[in-house]
Design a protein around this ligand. Sequence first.
Ligand code: CU
Length: 298
Amino acid sequence: MDKKLALAALIGTLSITPVSAKEFQDHTSMMNHGDGHLMDMDGGMVMGQNADTLPGGCDKIAATKEITIHAGHKYAEKFPGTMYAFDQQEFQFEPCTKLTVHFINDDEIRHQWMMHGLPKYLYPKGMFHLEVSGPGKVSGTLILPPGDKTYLVHCDIAQHMEKGMKAQLKVGKGAEDLPSIPGVTTSVFPDDYSGKPYVAEEIAAEAATITPATDSTATPTTSAAPDAETDTGLSGTTIIGLAIGFLIAPSLAKKYKGMSPGEIVASMIETATGLISSAVKLVSSLFKKPADKKATSK
Ligand SMILES: [Cu+2]
């Protein structure tokens, strides 16, 4: 058989062979490990479930609500620069609401719906957490505390929140908005498609105008500040590098004008060799100096 034909046949076969996709799974029969922790061996998990105990300050269950939230790559499409998102970014409920969350993962990977800042005497680590690995559904119930507060909801898998999987849940009137909620609040690291050159100072100034969340338990939010510093520092270095490049470029262009690529490379090697030998001379002269002094002092 013709080699080309055989290769084409092979490519054709490979391209129509389906990638085995995980089937959608409803995680309804998880094992109860106590303390509101339910889990199965197929990547379904609930942590911090509480359907019965009233949080302190609640006289009764004020309302009973059910919500369905989807998580997936496709929900990030409308938010430039993101990769993952929930299908909703903001929720609001009456204090003391008994809330059942049906969490549906539309992706082939692991996602979470993790709520932070809940009272720790009732919710382990102050969290209510739903998790599904691969396409599937998991449901959990909690009773929201009293008072006006904004709770962080995110997916804690590395980089999923940073890449868009972040939301806020307001109880009562809520408190201050959290930053970088796609479509709701300004991003701490905004993407820029204007084509203007990147100016680190402007980005830093913009980031500084975003009021940090008052919720001290929302650790991922408070950790945003040091990140911002590191980032702008690096960008500063990049800008200095670029500036040096721009300054050197015209003189290099003049020097290499009319040369063939081979000649340019040869000339560059020559320059580099010159630089290295002068550096070597400089270093060795530094070491020689004390010796010279001794020699002259004789
Ligand atoms: Cu995720």
